[in-house]
Design a protein. Structure first.
Lengths: 115, 161
């Protein structure tokens, strides 16, 4: 079974990636990077990462969030985070990245926040 | 000569008993030697989880140990040994009474943590890497880097139980 599974769905003009598994160095980080690259190539620039089923993220995974955020931003788009587990929230606090990312705990608020 | 095919993974538990005047102090060490491949990181983390379970660490402490070991082994594999699979990463978990001591040795050319940028500084926030040491320091009580007398670097981390 893959370390990270990513399901893509469209909610209006926002692309939601429902992710399940681990985002760690190697397979998980590579899968996220590939998914974001594909969306950018398709011109999809409003992206919401749903992390509710993500059980574990390491520094490589956190780095991948940042790389995705800056890649989408360079294209004039926005990347936001939905349903952070307490542990992921803690990691973002430790790294001071809660000040960088827009995070939401309900999907409708997250979708409405995209301009 | 280190032979990756024949010798890995190696894991053994070693029991030391040291009798003092008033008590018996028992140390238990779990050792693991892995080739410098990305897959070694998950193997080391699985061993950390096993140790945490055996020592009945709290869920938070076990998570922190897992994270610190992943990051230390990641650094050993990527930066110390530069993913040269013929170079081993040696990991040891020692239950030393009131604290757990974890060591990770690489065969690199040395490491000075003072040369690592603060990933929480404003100018570094959007960098894609450089947060592993921050996590190690956050989740363990002490973290130090020492040159190994026979070459390479040892990162030594402790966590009170």
């Amino acid at each position: 079974m893959a370390e990270l599974s990513i399901n893509e769905r469209q909610a209006g003009d926002v692309t939601v990636l429902d992710m399940s598994g681990k985002i760690t160095i190697g397979e998980g980080s590579v899968a996220l990077r590939g998914a974001i690259r594909k969306l950018i190539e398709e011109g999809k620039k409003k992206i919401l990462l749903n992390l509710s089923q993500v059980s574990y993220v390491d520094s490589s995974g956190i780095g991948e969030f940042v790389a995705s955020f800056t890649a989408i931003g360079r294209e004039g788009g926005q990347l936001k985070l939905l349903n952070l587990t307490q542990k992921i929230q803690d990691l973002l606090a430790i790294t001071k990245l809660l000040t960088v990312f827009d995070t939401y705990d309900d999907e409708s608020s997250a979708l409405n926040s995209f301009k | 000569m280190f032979d990756a095919r024949q010798r890995m993974p190696v894991c053994r538990r070693v029991l030391f008993e040291e009798r003092s005047r008033s008590a018996t102090v028992t140390e238990e060490t779990t050792e693991l030697t892995l080739p410098s491949r990305i897959e070694a990181i998950a193997e080391a983390a699985a061993k950390a989880d096993e140790v945490a379970g055996r020592l009945r660490l709290s869920e938070d402490a076990a998570f922190g140990l897992d994270m610190a070991v992943r990051e230390a082994v990641t650094n050993a594999v990527l930066h110390g040994n530069k993913q040269d699979a013929s170079k081993p990463v040696e990991i040891a978990f020692t239950d030393a009474g009131g604290e757990l001591v974890v060591t990770v040795r690489d065969r690199g050319t040395g490491f000075d943590p003072a040369n690592v940028d603060d990933p929480t500084a404003k100018e570094n926030l959007l960098k894609a890497s450089g947060r592993g040491i921050l996590f190690m320091r956050n989740f363990m009580d002490t973290v130090e880097w020492l040159p190994h007398p026979e070459g390479g670097t040892v990162v030594r981390m402790t966590k009170k139980r």
